[in-house]
Design a protein around this ligand. Structure first.
Ligand SMILES: Cc1ncc(C[n+]2csc(CCOP(=O)(O)OP(=O)(O)O)c2C)c(N)n1
Ligand code: SF4
Ligand SMILES: [Mg+2]
Length: 294
């Protein structure tokens, strides 16, 4: 498996992301992998702002800004229009946040992938509605502070497993990836590019602003999420075949939580409970990949 990050850039400097924004890094790597024959559907999210206001744009590809809940539907329409024109070369890419994917955009996404529409859907996951001021989403992890889960009302529900929800549709390709593992990310996007039908990528994208994290730790925290099994990186082909791309040495979760202001209220007891949840989820993934050992 050749692992490399291509040189050409399709994202200009001058964008307006916060320093250390994982979503900006994710975009840079995904476009390097896809190249210029890409058309992007962009439901409302931080990236609607990061890209810049028309007629300026930080992106060197065509972008359609769409309504928040319509990422799957608009991409289906763009694909159909390109097919009518005989353009089978251009890749249609939806680029949506976790709110636009896990929550409000889920119906349109589920409908589109059930039809096995031919597009790549990327969810860059910063684990809350960041663009509107850090409200919780169903991607926000157990234990997190947000402006809608403040103080002792920190989130008590688990993060929704969006990849499993997509896998249940038996789509040809679903994968997780991380800004801390760029070669693996680029490899997966390139692989997805040549598969027909619905392809889904879930990219862990640190958000220093919303997580109370020093911007220089953005990549480090993303790496720790993988090393602790909080965010394992893996692929699922045809809803059946699981491949885990990084086998962690099983670092404990404490350090990951202690570096982020959004978790500063958690006690040792809370962290022990979270460690158990992470261990259970990891064991389940190992079973699916046929790697579990008693
Ligand atoms: C129907 C509708 N409801 C609410 C909004 C306001 N809105 C715009 S972006 C956004 C948050 C998006 O969250 P997410 O998808 O996680 O992306 P992020 O901002 O975190 O990058 C919201 C609530 C909207 N544009 N349309
Ligand atoms: S709020 Fe978070 S996701 Fe949005 S631009 Fe800033 S760092 Fe990036
Ligand atoms: Mg978000």
């Amino acid at each position: 498996m050749p692992l490399e990050v291509p040189d050409p850039e399709y994202m200009f400097s001058g964008h307006v992301a916060c320093p250390g924004c994982g979503a900006a890094m994710a975009m840079k790597f995904v476009l390097k992998a896809l190249g210029e024959k890409t058309m992007m559907v962009l439901p409302a999210c931080c990236w609607s702002i990061i890209a810049g206001a028309y007629p300026q744009s930080a992106l060197r590809i065509p972008v359609i800004h769409s309504a928040f809940e319509t990422g799957g539907a608009v991409a289906s329409g763009v694909r159909a229009a390109l097919d009518m024109k005989g353009d089978t070369e251009t890749t249609v890419l939806t680029w949506a946040g976790d709110g636009g994917t896990f929550d409000i955009g889920f119906q349109a996404l589920s409908g589109a992938v059930e039809r096995n529409e031919d597009f790549i859907y990327v969810c860059y996951d910063n684990e809350a509605y960041m663009n509107t001021g850090v409200q919780r989403s169903s991607s926000t992890p157990y234990g997190a502070w947000t402006t809608t889960t403040p103080g002792s009302d920190w989130k008590k529900m688990r993060k929704k497993n969006i990849v499993e929800a997509l896998v249940a549709h038996r789509i040809p390709y679903a994968a997780t990836a991380s800004i801390a593992f760029p070669e693996d990310l680029v490899y997966k996007v390139k692989k997805a590019k040549w598969i027909k039908g619905s392809r889904f990528l879930h990219i862990f994208s640190s958000c220093p602003t919303g997580w109370g994290l020093p911007s220089e730790l953005s990549v480090k925290i993303a790496r720790m999420a993988v090393q602790t099994n909080i965010f394992p990186i893996y692929e699922v082909e045809d809803g059946l075949r699981y491949t885990i791309n990084f086998m962690s040495k099983g670092y404990l979760v404490n350090e990951y939580f202690k570096l982020q202001g959004r978790f500063k209220h958690l006690t040792e007891e809370d962290l022990n409970q979270i460690q158990e949840m992470v261990n259970d989820d990891w064991d389940l993934l190992l079973r699916k990949a046929g790697l579990y050992q008693e």
